[in-house]
Design a binder for this molecule. Structure first.
Ligand SMILES: Cc1cc2nc3c(=O)[nH]c(=O)nc-3n(C[C@H](O)[C@H](O)[C@H](O)COP(=O)(O)OP(=O)(O)OC[C@H]3O[C@@H](n4cnc5c(N)ncnc54)[C@H](O)[C@@H]3O)c2cc1C
Length: 389
């Protein structure tokens, strides 16, 4: 078994590491100051400028197929790259990407939605969650009824990432009440100027998702993405597009955080000795180091399964659950090691503390991941001996 990175993987990782170090880390104090004033960490112009800078070195459309001008990187490569981006809390992602389900668009829709999204000219959002339906996504109630050749959409969506900035949404609505999620949900591409509105939701983090309100929003038949009645499968495809990438980012955050803890432990003295010499502190650092290493391999293993064309859903759930719980334990320990300073806003630990908390909630809560993992094991879909055969 060879765990080493290829030359290409090392080169790509090192390039991103240098980019983060040179372009993003120096902005951290500014970003913190702005976020605390209720402004976005990076302005739209700054983000575009950074993306174009990365593009000059070829970093554009990381997972976008090459025929669409992207890099078409493997899952393992993308996980390594996400881990590097996670080393800073400055919210940056490379340009040139579009939601995976937009690739199911017909030719005319591709011109209007997919290509402008890849080019960064349009912004999308994915809207399935409703006030009454989150984990239980099949319980959605937003509806679309036929009126002549148009569809009339009604309902409310909530916690939609990017919903305040998006100029179109991929919204899921019931088109056949009797069939429900099994053939009765359809995905619609709906421009904001077709009539939906968004309302900002204040959260403990910097994400600021939105509620989307649809009141008799009329859209022509040409706005259906994929087939009428096949929306739920599209929604599951969107959610399953890369669950391993969420904990991948947390790897980088934990690397930074543990490094901060080590530095502090090696300089802070109490009772005449460095706190690094206290077993209580050593154990927190040891546990964090072990868990970080385990997380790294769980993520890379899930990514490797994706690249191998295996059914990676179980491995992705394992990585997401472990990443969410352990990253939160690690940031908590790092705060503890810093004592009172860890709790202040002079250090960015509280910023990570709030951000990492979300990992246990969105795109499948801890409990939903456990439910999936338990089902797979109890029903024998997955062997306890793992995927080594
Ligand atoms: C910042 C943020 C961004 C988001 N972005 C998006 C987005 O872009 N698009 C989108 O559509 N949605 C988005 N979501 C919604 C997110 O996916 C849901 O919040 C999440 O799936 C949980 O659903 P819920 O909030 O309704 O909680 P609920 O489903 O009501 O769950 C409440 C609690 O009960 C537990 N629970 C539920 N069912 C079970 C069960 N069967 N067994 C055991 N425990 C259970 C849950 O784990 C949780 O602890 C976002 C959420 C947040 C907070």
């Amino acid at each position: 078994m060879d765990f080493s990175l290829s030359t290409e993987e090392r080169e790509v990782r090192d390039w991103v590491r240098t980019f983060v170090q040179r372009e993003l880390v120096p902005r951290e104090q500014d970003v913190l100051r702005r976020e605390r004033a209720g402004e976005p960490g990076l302005t739209g112009e700054e983000l575009t400028e950074l993306r174009l800078k990365a593009k000059e070195s070829g970093f554009w459309g990381v997972q976008t197929p090459e025929e669409y001008g992207g890099m078409g990187l493997s899952a393992v490569m993308t996980a390594l790259l996400e881990a590097e981006l996670g080393r800073t809390f400055v919210q940056f992602s490379f340009g040139g990407s579009a939601d995976n389900i937009l690739f199911h668009a017909n030719e005319e829709q591709k011109q209007r939605y997919l290509l402008p999204t890849i080019a960064g000219e349009r912004k999308s959002c994915f809207a399935i969650t409703e006030p009454g339906a989150g984990s239980d996504a099949k319980a959605i109630r937003a509806s679309a009824r036929k009126d002549g050749s148009d569809w009339i959409i009604n309902g409310e969506k909530t916690f939609i990432t990017g919903g305040n900035e998006a100029d179109f949404t991929m919204v899921f609505a019931i088109t056949d009440q009797e069939k429900g999620a099994d053939g009765g949900v359809t995905c619609f591409l709906v421009d904001r100027d077709m009539g939906w509105r968004s309302e900002y939701i204040d959260t403990m983090g910097e994400w600021g998702p939105a509620a989307l309100v649809f009141e008799d929003v009329r859209v022509p038949e040409s706005q259906v993405l994929g087939e009428v009645g096949q929306g739920f499968a599209l929604a599951m495809q969107w959610i399953g597009r890369g669950r391993y990438l969420l904990p991948a980012r947390a790897i980088g955050s934990c690397e930074r955080l543990i490094s901060m803890a080590i530095e502090h432990a090696n300089t802070r003295e109490t009772f005449g000795a460095l706190i690094a010499e206290r077993q209580a502190i050593q154990w927190m650092i040891a546990d964090s180091g072990v868990e970080l290493e385990a997380l790294r391999w769980l993520v890379l293993h899930a990514a490797w399964q994706v690249d191998s064309g295996m059914d990676s859903r179980h491995a992705q759930s394992v990585a997401k659950l472990y990443g969410g719980t352990k990253a939160n334990e690690i940031v908590d320990r790092v705060m503890q090691i810093h004592g009172g300073m860890g709790y202040t806003r002079e250090l960015p630990i509280e910023r990570w503390y709030r951000e990492l908390r979300l990992l246990r909630i969105y795109e499948g809560t801890d409990e939903i991941q456990r439910r999936t993992i338990a089902r797979n094991l109890l029903k024998g879909h997955v062997k306890v001996s793992g995927s080594l055969g």
